[in-house]
Design a protein around this ligand. Sequence first.
Ligand code: NAD
Ligand code: UGA
Length: 475
Amino acid sequence: MSQAPKIKNICCLGAGYVGGPTMAIIADKCPHIQVNVVDIDHKKIESWNNADLSKLPVFEPGLEEVIKRCRGKNLKFSIKIQENIALADMIFISVNTPTKKKGIGAGEASDLKWIDSSSRLIAEHAKGHTIVVEKSTLPIKTAQTIKEILEGNEESNNTIIQNKKTFSILSNPEFLAEGSAIDDLVSPDRVLIGGEDQQAINSLIDIYLNWIERNKILTTNLWSSELSKLIANAFLAQRVSSINSVAALCEKTGANIKEVSLAIGTDKRIGSRFLNAGPGFGGSCFKKDILNLVYICNHYGLYDVASYWKKVIEINSWQSKRISELITRKLFGTITGKKIAILGFAFKANTNDTRESPAISICNDLLEEGAVLQIYDPKVDANQIENDLNLKESEKQKSNQKECTWSMQSSVYEASNGADAILILTEWEEFKNINWQEISNLMRSPCWLFDTRAIANKLDASSSGINVWSIGDGT
Ligand code: NAD
Ligand code: UGA
């Protein structure tokens, strides 16, 4: 389609949830391009290279097959960052951009130290002309910062020249959702490319054209592209907070959130997706991206706009809090020493990711009240939960520290054994088909099911003698 230089070698900085799957798909769809994914985390690279594909650091349906096809051919995972930067004619920056913990903007602004260090590595080791692509989610105007670091000289203008190295900077935010990353990458709703250098834009378009139709590739200026990513996440999160707030109203009034979601979602202007009430949105991005948006709005003096978006996060925290409180209330006002089965710890189904999972705050609240948690998740391991709860698993604790405890279980049945209540937090498929008669026989009576995803067969559970609370169900 274009006279743009053909890309032969790609390097991606960051082998995380975005870098790994995204580059695997590029390698799979573009066998003529060598794709090298590098990371400062040597253990992560080791896991990406593990012969046992079930040990990859990221669990995504369909990912293992793609890795099997490409790894060792045109897809490489490596710790040799400098070497691979030097080889590349296109470099994707897919590093983490979490909320700042300290300093200016702490608690709201994105921490750009990994972007800064990536840019410096590229400035130092790149050779010839290199297209640098922002894949990470970034505050608007970050491309300017990257440009200044690559230039190493704020005075020069359009062409960035340093020791005969030249750079073009593009924004190409990623819209994949975890759990459906492979499908999202193979058939995205759109690919967004922001930039000023048309040749560089065309080089990136050429890559995507290997599997995506041209009319799905949108091009904008750099700032629209950077901002659109934050706004897309803010709109999605806003839908979740909106539906969760309505779920609470349904519970008070006799309405049912599933019926309300169906009724409003059939209006094409509203749309039916992303209207599932739940324990609150989790994941590494919604909260941090909205906080970042709040910070940017305040920076530009748009205080009312900032507080509007902040409310989306406040409703989210309120939702998980109200769930842990209602569990205590329903269990006669005390859960001290009571066993609660926690079904699902990941922030959503089909991922092993627990970052910002509502399970963390809800489990912490229950532990605080003295509950004994029996946790089962098909993909999250005990070490991860130990880190998230900042509490060792009960068997590993000294007996005098056993005020509140949790243990990892390997099935729904094990988790439910002797339990006073079952709490469904993640919508894993297997939780939709639980045999409630068998489970109720294992539980201590009177027993409860708290279904924060409204996925369980409510009738089966209640006819098996289990009291049922299901989110948004006021009927
Ligand atoms: P992640 O934490 O899983 O991975 C980031 C990786 O970058 C880490 O392994 C880290 O060690 C590595 N890294 C940091 N500095 C580096 C450097 N200088 N050189 C090489 N590697 C370096 O994060 P993620 O979930 O993949 O997210 C990455 C970015 O993509 C974030 O900005 C995020 O907002 C955005 N994003 C994430 C998702 C998602 O679903 N997780 C979706 C779209 C966009
Ligand atoms: C989200 C966006 O959907 C992606 O487009 C974006 O690329 C990504 O963030 C990112 O920037 O990181 P992700 O967080 O992986 O993807 O997963 P989602 O499917 O969006 O779910 C986020 C949270 O909202 C989950 O906790 C999920 O359970 C919750 N949710 C989602 C609901 O409670 N109800 C819904 O109807 C949908």
